[in-house]
Design a protein around this ligand. Structure first.
Ligand code: HEM
Length: 182
């Protein structure tokens, strides 16, 4: 992941038209597709909001058998939805290619909900995605990043938003062979 994201970022930073004077542009950021897939995959495995709740305004029928009445609060467990092997084979594996357009469109539109959906879905989704990509791109441009922590070591405390159970440690080493614009 790290190398592919870095190669992608370097090739765009090195392009004077896309990044004049080495400054990131909105257009350049939107071309960082692999980085975006990594962000989406992280948000699948570790959604910041693990559950959303909605109060039913109309009765909800499940499999034509069960009817849940108006006024019931229904919890949608985003974190479980994202780890369902029906939608995401090998759900505990980090596989950003799940978010290639051809794979994305095979899934139900509501199988992936890190920003919820519908009229009360997140208004800041695009901004949050751009911010996350920007921070990572600038870090990768300046530093080699290493960790001995593994993705399966990441544990969290469930709450309204997910909190990490402990700190995770990274080593940052200043790059000596960064893009030409450095
Ligand atoms: C990674 C970052 C973010 C995540 C994972 C996230 C996720 C969510 C989720 C899941 C909801 C729905 C909550 C619910 O239905 O109960 C929500 C709502 C909302 N988010 Fe975000 N959000 C993020 C960043 C942002 C940012 C940067 C902004 C604003 C600049 C923002 C503005 C909002 C607003 C205004 C709502 C309420 C929408 C409504 O109820 O009509 N979010 N967010």
């Amino acid at each position: 992941m790290r190398n592919e994201c870095r190669q992608e970022a370097d090739s765009i930073f090195n392009n004077d038209i896309k990044c004049p004077n080495g400054e990131l542009t909105l257009e350049a950021l939107s071309e960082m597709k692999h980085l975006e897939r990594c962000f989406l995959e992280i948000m699948r495995m570790f959604p910041v909001v693990p559950i959303v709740v909605r109060k039913l305004e109309t009765p909800l029928k499940i499999n034509n058998e069960l009817e849940i009445p108006v006024g019931t609060n229904v919890g949608i467990p985003i974190v479980l939805l994202h780890r369902s092997s029906e939608n995401f084979p090998e759900p505990d594996q980090f596989q950003p290619d799940r978010f290639l357009p051809e794979n994305f469109k095979k899934r139900h539109p509501f199988s992936y909900l890190p920003f919820s959906a519908g009229p009360r879905g997140c208004l800041g989704m695009k901004l949050a995605t751009m911010e996350a990509k920007t921070v990572v791109v600038y870090i990768l441009r300046e530093f080699e990043v290493e960790t001995s922590d593994k993705i399966e070591d990441v544990t969290h405390i469930p709450s309204i938003t997910v909190q990490l159970e402990r700190g995770y440690y990274f080593r940052f080493k200043k790059r000596v062979n960064g893009p030409a614009s450095l």
